[in-house]
Design a protein around this ligand. Sequence first.
Ligand SMILES: *Cc1c(COP(=O)(O)O)cnc(C)c1O
Length: 424
Amino acid sequence: MALGKVTMPEKEIPFTLAQLEQMSEMFPTPFYVYDEKGIRANARRLNAAFAWNPRFRNYFAVKACPNPSLMRVLREEGFGMDCSSLPELLLSERIGVMGEAIMFTSNDTPAEEFVKAKALGAIINLDDITHIPFLEACAGLPDLVCFRYNPGPLKGGNTIIGNPEQAKYGFTRGQLFDGYRVLKEKGITRFGLHTMVASNELNPQYFIDTAEILFALVAELSRAIGIVFEFVNLGGGIGIPYKPEQVAVDLECVGEGVREVYEKHILGNGHPPLKLYMECGRMITGPCGYLVSRVRHIKKTYRTYAGLDACMANLMRPALYGAYHHITVPAKVGQPCTAVYDVTGSLCENNDKFAIGRSLPELAPGDLVVIHDAGAHGHAMGFQYNGKLRSAELLLREDGTVLPIRRAETVEDYFATLAFNARM
Ligand SMILES: *Cc1c(COP(=O)(O)O)cnc(C)c1O
């Protein structure tokens, strides 16, 4: 590193520049590429952290990255699927994930989704007390029912998901007591309890505290109502280090901390052992997905712009949340960051920016850039506004081969829903 010059604090990428050039010859930029090896490693780390609970299972939040090839990889790692819509249920069914390997966590739910979830034998996680009679009327009650808890003022939220009191999700504490009583009277025999109060949270203690609230509540509910719980679902929300100076959540610390509060509140209160579930999406695929794009134009006006061939239709987190996504210029790694760019797309929206005021090496049209941590809530949030089409997705296999797992959209896809021949 040259003295007095700043190089990029680097984040690793799992492919070489030559591999990247090769991919971009076969699949025009922009495209997404996912690293299978990294995804499996994240899944195994999470499973290992909770191995003390013999029936631990993470239900992958399908909304984070709804691609059947990735879902198959995760099924092989023992994951179930966490679905929240009819298409997500159908996607799980198509890859052969059914029954209690599906967690159906929805809200403001239409009848046909409950009908399908019930038909698949999914675990149904109800968002509201009025959904008990609604579900009973449209599909009949299954023998296992779970409720989503919203602790309201009893727990602080965080910035992405907001304050629980302002959040539309879940039952109040009082409604849980009423709801489980109703279920018991109706002859239901199997019970679960769920919450999800944080998103992209990096503090391990947050998850331990949440688990403690749920375990204490399970002990209290079972005593008050005379029911036995089968599982607790801690939800998703484990964050990832988007910035190079951030550190990943210490999963072993979370697993150990959760074990301690489990032993205290569950075993300590004489409650039979519980199955522990989670619904993590982001921490599994997020760090292993990369949006690959090329610099199209360099523009110098009041600021300096690097215009990419990707835009916010491919990744809207920066525009939506002001989220940081690290950018690597693989051909220029190690070069000093002597320039400051606003890195933009071509959408006619001024917030179509991947980065603002980012120090990077001097860029030129044609340079390949890699946008990190795009593997969850990335491609999935894509849209077609301004006639921008969603990109292809590729899977970098463990053996180094590259498998296309979604083609890029074409203008024909964009036109497919239009009634060109509507009689005016
Ligand atoms: C989005 C969501 C998840 C996944 O959240 P991550 O931040 O991707 O872990 C899990 N459960 C529910 C109910 C969700 O809405």
